[in-house]
Design a protein around this ligand. Sequence first.
Ligand code: HEC
Length: 91
Amino acid sequence: MKRLLIALAAAGLVAGSLPASADEAAFKKAGCAKCHQAEKKGKGASIKDMSAKYKGDAGKAMAVVTGKDHPEIDAKGDDLKKLVGYAVGAK
Ligand code: HEC
């Protein structure tokens, strides 16, 4: 049983650390990564912290990103939704 749990934990770790590929590239390209880094807080919160806070709820996070306190960004519409989804760990 213990061995099974360890195997499951290891599998989870591997899945969690796979590169997010296309989404990650888009996030960098759109300039989001200038302020939002993977693990460290920059001008904005880290992806790790935002994922923990919103648990993939891009709708809620959208309100902040499109709100008046968020710095100006170029992305909008579906593109922005994808970027925000990536930022908050939506699958
Ligand atoms: C110039 C720096 C900057 C850029 C570029 C930027 N952000 Fe932000 N972002 C911030 C700051 C600062 C906050 C906190 C604003 C607030 O609380 O209203 C924030 C907040 C957020 C939040 C909510 C985080 C929270 O803790 O509530 C999300 C999600 C987010 N940004 C996504 C994005 C996405 C997606 C992009 C690219 C399209 C982007 N940001 C580009 C600085 C930036």
